[in-house]
Design a protein around this ligand. Structure first.
Ligand SMILES: [Ca+2]
Length: 331
């Protein structure tokens, strides 16, 4: 492309689509996209009206931090665990303000988000050459539905993307596509990166899981949107820190506790109960480990479907194969 772009030009001949917004106060932004293959005539779309989203990590913010799992231990089989909270900000340039920290001039639409699993877990990527110790298979992006944000809750926030680790040909990354998630001018949105921890996540060796957006290419808006690489200062051409990488805390994956299955005998139905949920035996009833013919009764292990009562024939088995007799001494 030779020469200069002048005036208010839209759809100008061999340049393809050229969009120049009237009154654009600065030429500090341009985006050239859809560049054609090499040839005698090449085309590209040129945008000089900036639409720029600012992405920051808000995982540590007051009401959000307690709703995320990252940083604490995660258990095998844990579902819908919030790992990372991102704020997507679209601050609009105010003509004549002299404040060049805000550069965007329109809506930004987020199309693609890529996430690196940043812990020591290794996913089953198609190109993986390492011994995989997978911890996460399915990941999600949820959008915060409360304003102001009230933290991640899979029951009330909105799932906008689902993706599978290992399906991109790259180990340890997951890519959400076709999101079409809109950030209107002068608004912001909060989204959460959420993991399911595999039932068979490795605990030997112990592994950690986390989420990272390594650089600005991990978020791809629809053209002409762009992602701010560095903080812009109020003075033109002055820049602050880089926004990336954005990194979550990591979590250690720990073993899921064994499930206790209680089987009434002979005819009272069966069900799984958690030990802590069992009421103590009522007065007059008790329990003793099998084989103990005397001694104090031990509270515990009444199936919730059967109110505690005394039936000498009851027998329960706590997995794996630890028998208990109920009750003693009986009514
Ligand atoms: Ca929420």
């Amino acid at each position: 492309m030779a020469g200069r772009i002048d005036g208010d030009v839209v759809d100008s001949g061999p340049l393809g689509t050229v969009v120049i917004a009237p009154g654009t106060p600065t030429d500090s932004f341009s985006r050239v996209v859809n560049i054609s293959d090499a040839g005698s005539t090449m085309t590209a779309d040129v945008f000089v009206a900036p639409r720029e989203v600012v992405v920051t990590n808000v995982s540590a913010d007051g009401v959000i931090a307690p709703t995320l799992a990252a940083g604490g231990d995660l258990t095998q089989g844990d579902r819908l665990q919030g790992i990372l909270a991102l704020k997507l900000d679209n601050p609009q340039y105010v003509v004549g303000s002299g404040d060049f920290s805000k550069m965007s001039t329109g809506e930004v639409v987020i199309n693609t988000v890529k996430v690196l699993e940043s812990g020591t877990a290794q996913q089953q990527g198609a190109g993986a050459t390492i011994e995989p110790h997978p911890a996460v298979e399915t990941a999600y992006i949820y959008a915060e539905t409360s304003d102001p944000a009230d933290g991640f809750d899979p029951a009330t926030d909105t799932r906008i993307g689902t993706a599978i680790f290992g399906n991109t040909g790259e180990a340890d990354t997951v890519t959400f596509t076709s999101l079409g998630y809109r950030i209107p001018p002068d608004e912001n949105r909060i989204v959460y990166v959420v993991y399911d921890i595999r039932e068979d996540a490795s605990i030997t060796p112990q592994i950690t899981v986390g989420a990272e957006l390594t650089d600005y290419t991990f978020i791809i808006p629809a053209a002409p949107g762009a992602v701010a690489v560095r903080q812009r200062m109020a003075a033109q051409w002055q820049f602050g820190p880089h926004y990336f990488p954005i990194v979550s805390d990591t979590s250690l994956v720990v073993e899921a506790p064994d499930t206790l299955i209680v089987y009434p005998n002979p005819d009272d139905g069966a069900g799984a109960v958690a030990p802590a949920s069992n009421p103590a035996p009522p007065a007059g009833c008790g329990a003793r480990p099998e084989g103990r013919e005397s001694g104090p009764a031990i509270p515990g292990l009444f199936p919730p479907a059967n109110p505690p009562r005394c039936r000498p024939s009851w027998e329960w088995f706590s997995a794996p194969g630890l028998p208990w007799m109920y009750p003693a001494p009986g009514p």
